[in-house]
Design a protein around this ligand. Sequence first.
Ligand code: NAP
Length: 249
Amino acid sequence: MTLSLEGRLALVTGASRGIGRAVALELAGAGAHVVALARTQGALEELDDDIRRLGGEATLVPCDVKDSEAIDRLGAALHDRWGHLDILVANAGVLGPITPIGHVDPKQWDNVLAVNLTANYRLLRSLDPLLRASDAGRVVFVSSGAGHRAEMRPYWGPYAITKAALDAMARTYAAETATTSNVVVTVVNPGPLRTRMRAAAMPGEDPESLKTPEDLAPVLVALCAPEHRDTGKLYDFPTDRMLSFQGPA
Ligand code: NAP
């Protein structure tokens, strides 16, 4: 059966390329109105053209996720126009420097934290009431296995640290919304996918050996449907498993 998200309202951050773009197209193809956020306006306009070709509709938000006031204004604008938000795909992210932790430039440190972590907190701060106002608010945080495998990823400090913290934020939000709302929260580990970020991280790798954002998109979008009700879990795309977070024994 084809998934229908007819009439649902979805915000995707980092929608200009890579995973976010593929997810935005998949959501629109399933009938959702997509609010597409990224900095690169031209790429958002190309996405808009592609969504229209599918018979879908999009609203473009060219902005930097670090612009907290813009994120607050976005929440107010969504409230005024729709009064709720059904789907948030918090996907925008940066790799940051690959270098020993003690060598990380403070400005780069601040930037990775601002994009990968603080921006997602500001999104929740702005959008939580709208997600709770939905009859089935669905939030997907696009994270990474790097946060769980820090000992196997020396030199990836800022990225791994922010993704581990993002997972903790997602679990906190899942716990806060579980019994007081219809919001369901999922963390997704995409695994290695053929995108610009992966190419920057692994320049020697053959991109053709990797799965693509288009492979992930239908699976991720299924987690945005009202039928998906399992909150506070980690979906691991490489193994196609829904995992529970585990503490120390
Ligand atoms: P990508 O191709 O580099 O795309 C990143 C997206 O984030 C772009 O749309 C970019 O848009 C947006 N973005 C970055 N900084 C932003 C900012 N300050 N404000 C607004 N938007 C911003 O990377 P990707 O591989 O698709 O990554 C997407 C997510 O998947 C990230 O969170 C990443 O950590 C995660 N992930 C990827 C892989 C992988 O193998 N690809 C593996 C694990 C996790 P603009 O530049 O237009 O702003």
